[in-house]
Design a protein around this ligand. Sequence first.
Ligand SMILES: [Zn+2]
Ligand SMILES: [Zn+2]
Length: 268
Amino acid sequence: MADATEAGRPIALVDSHTHIDMPDFDADRAEVVARAREAGLAEMLVVGEVDENGGLERALRVAGGLGLPVTAGVHPHQAKLANEATYDLIRGLARDGRIVAIGEVGLDFHYDYSPRDTQRAVFRRQVRLARDVGLPLVVHTREADDETAALLEEEGARETGGVIHCFTGGPQLARRALALGFYISFSGIMTFPRAEGIQQVARDVSEDRLLVETDAPFLAPPPHRGKRNEPAFVVEVARKLGALRGTTLEAIGLAARRNYARLFRRPL
Ligand SMILES: [Zn+2]
Ligand SMILES: [Zn+2]
């Protein structure tokens, strides 16, 4: 995408986590991407998820068609679907240079869509896979701060690095993730009422470790709350992060873009 620093254009941002491959965008994906460019997005990362409906293949196809980077992984919700063929598929994509990260992977003890033991085993396996192929991790964790941090520590995730995406954890998770060299990515959840704990982490995290994301189509930030989220709205996340940290939207955009480029080895 075009660099958006020229006069009259907004600053260059990145959306470090989107699901624009999902059917929610089938009717108007081109317009969504055009609006993202218009809003100043330099790039967005498409997160590919193994599921029963060919979700990973769809993400690869959509991202390929748009010239966007893509990840591959088994989400904790889908952990019960993982088998050896799944890991072989992800490993092959990594070896072929078709993906930039392993994820999203992790633990979700809020919804428990897969049994917790299965979630743990599949997460552990994918951290090892990331080390094998030398790619960073995109980690999803919900109501599982301690176990997520412990597993990453035990499995040597310091070696791969990665990001805790859509951060909703407490200060201890942030501290332990940062100690492993991870980044913290903030989403629209940070802008919601009763997000004081997340906002405190957002104030404290050092500038060279923060990222911003939409997780579109989920979690639209105000003033779009309740609607379908889309990558252009990452501007609102960055604006809020800037306000919390007493800095500008431009400064957040620049820092987040640099961090994104470093983590995912993108030429931005
Ligand atoms: Zn997630
Ligand atoms: Zn996601």
